[in-house]
Design a protein around this ligand. Structure first.
Ligand SMILES: *Cc1c(COP(=O)(O)O)cnc(C)c1O
Length: 483
């Protein structure tokens, strides 16, 4: 309900501060997912002020607000320069990795219209590809990865493409993939796509603004960008290792004609003519201003230093995990994303994640997948190096506590019951009772027993399609509670 009379800003900000008390901290490096922290207050300040300076500008009409054209050209140009492009490399500033991928997929679909378009990706590719295929009407074909290196085998990609190469409009690989942080064999996959006249997208959403700086610092980085023959587009999120405020990503194209296929225009109504480069139409210029200012406030040396810190933190973590009984790192992380599994049946990684949360750290659980064990995922950032010793201590303590507590136990018959359950017919009360039966209370304070280990174990025991149905039902119940 709205107040009858407007409230003063102080009052509103106090309320926001109160609402945010239950949130995870967005600074300090104890949340090893979702947030990217430079640890530099002056950079955040520059971004916040630039964001506010662009607050009311509408990206809907670039002829009315030429500032956004200039800012976008500068941002896209900066990204192109680091990812193997040049001053003429076409690109689009988008709201995030998902939108960059959506536009890469739309370009490929519309560049070569076929009856039944398909998109071939490794199974480790981000769900944004599933979402793009779902929204844009493509068939998504996933290819298993090697269960030791977690990289996709080019021959397996080739076989999947050749099942129907005529209808395959796009092939994609990751640099690196999110789940285990490894880089797919980009040159090999791009070459075999190119030999068939099929475009190849590189998803460098998470790594695109990290790998170039690692290379500049003298590290060996596997080839992944637009310099690789056959790569036709690449996505790079500035709101990840670009440290920009959320709502900032870039998709680059090797060819202007591909970019044009991302665009949308409509003059088929009696109102203003629409020309959009992105999914959104009316759109605030704050994220563009914030991203531009973050790039300028950090500069080359800033990014080199932050990348070096993130990678040094990850290496220290990988070395340290070897000394923690029962834990092992999956694959060889290429940058600063690390997945850790358990070798000890008494040490449940979902319980470990809950125990770490009790110590004030968020360590993201990842469910098992055919050939890949359940694990926890850490995204280390520029600020992580200062805290990596503390992180290793918490991991060791949480591992010991998890072993002591034993694995999460599923209520008898629950997984079977969930498999049978018709989620369309169960009512809210029934679903709430179901959540309560696994001790799932997402609003519980850390350390009060509101752990997620049982929930994760239940999900882990179910096939992906059933997991998805439950998650959607959970989301709708979460928001319904406010009404
Ligand atoms: C984060 C991520 C995405 C999706 O990005 P959003 O900005 O969350 O939409 C896609 N691919 C990879 C590899 C990612 O890490």
């Amino acid at each position: 309900m709205l107040p009858e009379n407007g409230r003063p800003a102080e009052d509103l900000l106090a309320e926001l501060a109160r609402l945010k008390e239950a949130d995870l901290p967005v600074h300090g490096g104890k949340v090893t997912a979702y947030v990217y922290d430079t640890g530099r207050a002056e950079v955040r300040d520059a971004a916040a002020r630039a964001y506010m300076a662009m607050l009311e500008v509408n990206c809907l009409d670039p002829t009315a607000f030429p500032s956004i054209v200039e800012l976008e050209k500068q941002v896209v140009g900066a990204v192109a320069a680091k990812l193997g492009g040049g001053p003429d490399t076409p690109g689009i500033f988008t709201s995030g990795g998902t939108e960059s991928i959506m536009l890469a997929v739309k370009s490929a679909r519309d560049a070569r219209p076929v009856a039944a378009p398909r998109l071939v990706v490794p199974v480790t590719a981000h769900p944004a590809f599933h979402k793009a295929a779902h929204y844009l009407g493509l068939e998504l074909v996933t290819v298993p990865v090697d269960t030791t290196t977690f990289r996709v085998d080019p021959a397996a990609m080739e076989a999947a493409i050749d099942e129907d190469s005529e209808n395959t409009v796009l092939v994609a690989v990751s640099a690196p993939s999110y789940p285990q942080g490894v880089i797919d064999p980009v040159p090999e996959v791009a070459a075999l796509a190119s030999a068939r006249g099929i475009p190849c997208h590189v998803d460098a959403c998470v790594g695109g603004w990290l790998l170039p700086w690692m290379r500049d610092a003298g590290e060996e980085v596997a080839p992944f960008d637009l310099t690789v023959p056959g790569v036709t587009s690449i996505s790079c999120d500035l709101h990840k290792y670009g440290y920009a405020p959320k709502g900032a990503s870039v998709v680059l194209y090797a060819d202007e004609s591909l970019r044009r296929h991302a665009y949308f225009a409509s003059a088929a109504w009696p109102g203003y003519t629409v020309i959009n480069s992105t999914v959104q139409s009316s759109k605030g210029a704050g994220p563009l201003g914030g991203a531009w200012a973050t790039l300028q406030a950090l500069g080359e040396s800033g990014y080199r230093e932050l990348a070096a810190n993130a990678v040094a933190a990850a290496r220290k973590l990988v070395a340290g995990v070897e000394g923690i009984p029962g834990l092992r790192v999956l694959g060889s992380p290429a940058a600063s994303l690390v997945a850790i599994a358990s070798d000890d049946p008494d040490l449940d990684v979902f319980v470990l994640s809950d125990k770490a949360r009790d110590h004030g750290w968020l360590i993201q659980p990842q469910l098992s997948f055919p050939g890949i064990p359940a694990n926890v995922h850490l995204t280390l950032t520029g600020v992580s190096l200062d805290g990596v010793d503390a992180l290793l201590e918490v991991l060791a303590e949480a591992a010991a506590e998890a072993r002591e507590a034993g694995p999460a136990t599923l209520p008898e018959g629950l997984a079977e019951a969930l498999l049978e359950l018709d989620l369309d017919t169960v009512d809210d009360a029934g679903f709430a009772a179901l959540l309560a039966s696994v001790g799932a209370d997402p609003s519980a304070e850390p350390g009060t027993g509101g752990g997620m280990a049982v929930v994760n174990s239940v999900l882990d025991a179910l096939p992906p399609h059933t997991r998805e149905g439950l998650l959607i039902r959970f989301l709708s119940s979460l928001y319904r509670a406010f009404a």
